[in-house]
Design a protein around this ligand. Structure first.
Ligand code: ADP
Length: 164
C-alpha cells in the first residue's frame, strides 16, 4: 500500500491545498495531512482550529486522514510507513525553498521520496498569508478558501473589530 504524507501549516487551508489533496487522494491509497503545529512564523490561526478546518475540508475524501504534528516530516512518514511526501509547487515562488527542503529530507531519510504537484492554474497566486491579509482588511475572500474557513475568518474580523 502506498501511503503519502502531505505536510503544511494550512494557516488557513486554501482551495489550492484542497485541489492538491483531492488530486493526491486519487494517486495514493492513503494520504495523511499533517498540520504543522509550530511553523517558524507565528501562526495566525491556533493549531486546534487549523486542524479542525482541514478535517472539515477533506471529510468527503475517505482515504485522507488529518493530524496535528510537531517535528520532522520524515519522522512522521517513517512512523506511518509512508514512502512519499507531497508538496505543492506554485510558479517560481516555491521552487528554491521546496528544492532545499526536499534535499534536506532526502539526506535525513533517503528512503522517503518528495513528490511535487503543480498548483492548479487558478490557484498559482493564492497563498494563506495573502488570504489572511485580505480577510483582516475586510476584502472578499470568496473562492479562495473553503466556505466554512471564509466564515471563520469573517467572524474573527468582526470579533476583532468589537474588541478594539
Ligand atoms: P508551509 O508553511 O509548510 O510551506 P503551507 O501551508 O503554506 O505550508 O503549504 C503547504 C504546501 O502546499 C506547500 O508545499 C506549499 O507550497 C503548497 N501550497 C501553498 N499554496 C498553494 C496553492 N495555492 N496551490 C497549491 N499548493 C500550494
Amino acid at each position: 500500500m502506498t501511503i503519502a504524507v502531505y505536510p503544511g501549516s494550512f494557516d488557513p487551508i486554501t482551495l489550492g491545498h484542497v485541489d492538491i489533496i483531492t488530486r493526491a487522494s486519487q494517486m495514493f491509497e492513503q494520504v495523511i495531512m499533517a498540520v504543522v503545529k509550530n511553523p517558524g512564523k507565528q501562526p495566525n490561526i491556533p493549531i486546534n482550529e487549523r486542524e479542525e478546518q482541514v478535517r472539515q475540508s477533506v471529510k468527503h475524501l475517505s482515504n485522507v486522514s488529518v493530524q496535528a504534528f510537531e517535528g520532522l516530516t520524515v519522522d512522521l512518514a517513517k512512523a506511518h510507513n509512508a514512502k512519499v511526501i507531497i508538496r505543492g509547487l506554485r510558479a517560481v515562488s516555491d521552487f528554491e525553498y521546496e528544492f532545499a527542503m526536499s534535499q534536506m529530507n532526502k539526506r535525513l531519510s533517503p528512503s522517503v521520496e518528495t513528490i511535487f504537484m503543480m498548483a492548479g492554474l487558478e490557484y498559482q497566486f493564492l497563498s494563506s498569508s495573502m488570504t489572511n491579509e485580505v480577510a483582516k482588511l475586510g476584502g472578499n475572500i470568496h473562492g479562495l478558501v473553503p466556505e466554512h474557513v471564509g466564515r471563520y475568518l469573517v467572524a474573527r474580523r468582526a470579533e476583532g473589530a468589537q474588541a478594539s
